[in-house]
Design a protein around this ligand. Structure first.
Ligand code: UD1
Length: 459
């Protein structure tokens, strides 16, 4: 009798949870885009999302307050702040000046719960940070991802190589260090991983001994993060190279730090300027760090015929009369960034001639293609490549966001399409683009956000 009542209660709770989720999903924001309006003017690039997350994690390694400026106002930042707060850390974000203040002096609960980790994979940085700070951690394993499997085996194998004991308990990774302090060790990662490099650095900088990471990621996110650790008192040799050597230190200190500018947002606006600017005119992008895009993107971009001029931290893009198709292959830094391939696909559709995008980092990352095809873009996925026919005339349509970068490619397509495009479920965009509609509207695009009833009867 008791068992069946408990069973009923569980079923009831689960039904209520499902209903709540459905109701909360009923009204969602969408973008309504009137295509065919030229962009012009200036835009300011926000702080980098992918760098902000490791920088915030670094603050967990010290019991002194840390302040980081140029933090973008994004859903991922809010989610990660909540993950950090679960540990007993105080996190205060000031929206007005983009500064975050983190005080992990009160950290007393080394846990990252499933409910939050499932929303953002980078929450897995908590594993390295908590092992580094208190020598123990209970962190939910992230689930799958919209564009296929994204393993964390390298994070775990690396931490084991540095002396952690790792067990799996009900979907959680439970890590511990002997005597609450990792001894350190040597780990070679294959392939090179941004996330695993960040996690291993977090764990190694306060280890009892030295560590070595071979084939470490050299993405700017990792470099800026390593430099912050250094300023906090960490000893890291080889920053910006694939071999990182770390001498563990007893203590790190807090202080004031600055986040770099978002290279993927910059690349996205550069592509927007190339396809949607007025031919012959320049669009200026302030607070930019173009070298963070890597030489391949910059070279390929120039090959299309778009011109780039840099003055300090301002990038000017001159829209060409016509764009030439340039094929790209995604690679680790300084190769073409995978986070810009969906946007590049739209650029190819606007070019003279046909081009290809080959994806080597995440071979399944093509969820945007069926949506772009609904707008009349002739793009076909063949294995790990997408072949794009240029010169097409595309039309507005109702399309659905599937992930962050896929969503922005739909927005770009909507800006050059004829008629109206409705991009549904823009909560994906809100994870990583700060005030995208405001910035595009400031450049002259006709983009508005509105609430949309996904259950509405179309009849
Ligand atoms: C980061 C970025 C993401 C970007 C990606 C690649 C953040 C928050 N996210 O993700 O926007 O698309 O870099 O530039 O910074 N791999 C393994 N085993 C692992 C970990 C990774 O095989 O344990 C593989 C992945 O499947 C992928 C490659 O390594 O093929 C690179 O992934 P990784 O650099 O780890 O990406 P993330 O850090 O998750």
């Amino acid at each position: 009798m008791r068992i069946s009542r408990e069973h009923d209660t569980r079923r009831f709770d689960s039904t209520v949870a499902k209903l709540r989720k459905r109701v909360s999903q009923r009204f969602m924001d969408r973008f309504v885009i009137q295509g065919g309006h030229h962009l012009s003017g200036t835009v300011t690039i926000s702080g980098s999302k992918n760098t902000a997350l490791p920088l915030m994690s670094a603050a967990l390694l010290t019991d002194e307050p840390v302040q980081i400026s140029n933090i973008p106002d994004l859903k991922d930042i809010t989610t990660f702040s909540r993950v950090m707060a679960v540990t007993g850390t105080s996190v205060e974000y000031n929206r007005d000046n983009g500064t975050i203040r983190i005080d992990a002096g009160t950290l007393n609960n080394p846990v990252a719960p499933y409910e939050l980790v499932k929303r953002m994979r980078a929450s897995f940085y908590m594993l390295g940070a908590l092992l580094g700070r208190v020598g123990k951690a209970r962190v939910s394993l992230p689930g799958g991802c919209a564009w296929g499997p994204r393993p964390v085996g390298l994070h775990i194998d690396g931490l084991k190589a540095f002396g952690a004991t790792i067990d799996l308990d009900q979907g959680y990774v439970v890590g511990s260090a002997p005597g609450d302090r990792l001894p350190g060790g040597i780990f070679k990662m294959e392939p090179s991983s941004v996330g695993a490099t960040v996690n291993l650095l977090l764990a190694a900088v306060t280890a009892a001994g030295g560590s070595r990471i071979e084939n470490a990621a050299i993405e700017p996110d990792v470099v800026v993060f390593s430099e912050m650790l250094q300023k906090m008192g960490a000893v890291i040799h080889g920053i910006g190279t694939p071999i990182l050597e770390i001498e563990g230190v007893d203590k790190l200190s807090g202080g004031n730090f600055y986040n770099c500018s978002d290279r993927i947002e910059l690349g996205t606006f550069m592509i927007a300027a190339a396809i949607s600017g007025k031919p012959g005119d320049e669009i200026a992008m302030f607070n930019a760090e173009p070298r963070h895009l890597g030489d391949t993107f910059l070279d390929k971009f120039k090959e299309t015929g778009a011109e780039i001029r840099t003055d300090g931290s301002t990038v000017y893009v001159k829209t060409p009369e016509k764009l030439s198709a340039v094929s790209v292959t995604t690679e680790i830094f300084p190769g073409f960034p995978t986070d810009l391939q969906a946007q590049w696909t739209v650029l190819l559709a606007c070019c003279d001639g046909n081009g290809k995008v080959r994806e080597t980092i995440y071979p399944d990352r093509f969820k945007h293609i069926p949506e772009l095809r609904r707008m009349g873009i002739n793009a076909i996925v063949v294995g790990d490549e997408v072949v794009v026919e240029g010169g097409g005339v595309f039309q507005g349509a109702q399309v659905m966001s599937t992930d962050l970068r896929a969503s922005v490619s739909l927005v770009l397509a909507g800006m050059v399409a004829s008629g109206t495009t409705y991009v549904q479920r823009v909560y994906h965009l809100d994870r990583g683009y700060e005030n995208l509609e405001g910035k595009l509207a400031g450049l002259g695009a006709r983009v508005v956000r509105e609430q949309f009833d996904e259950w509405a009867d179309p009849s």
